[in-house]
Ligand binder design. Structure first.
Ligand SMILES: [Mg+2]
Length: 231
């Protein structure tokens, strides 16, 4: 018997939208403001990280003391720049629109689960289309962002579901940890950086051709490794 998920929990940046590219532009500009060029190593460590934590990693990487004032100003700079960039067209990830439509056609509940704060997520939703989602959870709406599982737990809760009955779609190591921490089935589609193989993770090249059977297989892969006793 193949499991059928009750819901799909979609990450936004790097999974549905290629918005990591916009963050990349803004973060590189921020480093340059501090007289530094961002190395790929630091940039990759930042992908999927959230808010002040990400900024502390950034400043540690470029050797700038992360005083509360520096962190505060950097946060304002990034929000302003990414907002400007998000007002332009945000590129979709391949197959994302069809995958969202498939989930709806199959009658699955859907939530957007992102580390990005609400004000910026709204621009993403303008591009994605709000009809594809029953609810959304943003980084500033939970006590701790991904890799903490709180955002995935909250999304399932808002849908009135158990996270165990949901499949998450993620592109980053940080997001993958959050989804699995909540107990969701997980499909990983790496975007900018590699995501380590780990028990229960199903990998795909892209969202192109994603079907409800693939979603069910993600639940089966999780149960195979962690046991169906959790269900
Ligand atoms: Mg992501």
């Amino acid at each position: 018997m193949s499991a059928r998920p009750a819901a799909v929990l979609w990450d936004m940046d790097g999974t549905l939208l290629d918005s990591e590219k916009l963050w990349d532009i803004a973060v590189r500009e921020l480093a340059r403001e501090h007289g530094s060029e961002l190395t790929d190593e630091i940039r990759h460590a930042l992908i999927g990280a959230s808010g002040p934590n990400a900024l502390r990693m950034l400043f540690a990487g470029i050797g700038v003391e992360a005083t509360p004032q520096v962190i505060g100003e950097a946060g304002e700079f990034l929000e302003r720049r990414v907002t400007e960039l998000m007002l332009g067209p945000i590129p979709w990830r391949p197959g994302a629109k069809d995958a969202l439509a498939m989930a709806r056609a199959e009658g699955l509940r859907c939530a957007l689960v992102t580390n990005t704060k609400r004000s910026l997520t709204e621009y993403g939703l303008d591009t994605l289309g709000r009809d594809f989602f029953d609810t959304s959870v943003c980084g500033d709406e939970v006590p701790h962002g991904k890799p903490d599982p709180a955002s995935y737990r909250k999304a399932a809760d808002l849908l009135g579901l158990d996270p165990l009955d949901c499949v998450a779609i993620e592109d980053s190591p940080t997001g993958a940890l959050a989804a699995q921490g909540a107990g969701c089935g997980l499909i990983v589609i790496p975007c900018e950086i590699a995501v380590p193989e780990a028990p229960g993770r199903v990998f795909r090249e892209s969202l192109v051709g994603l079907s409800v059977v693939d979603l069910g297989a993600a639940l089966a892969a999780r149960d195979e490794h962690f046991g169906s006793a959790a269900r």
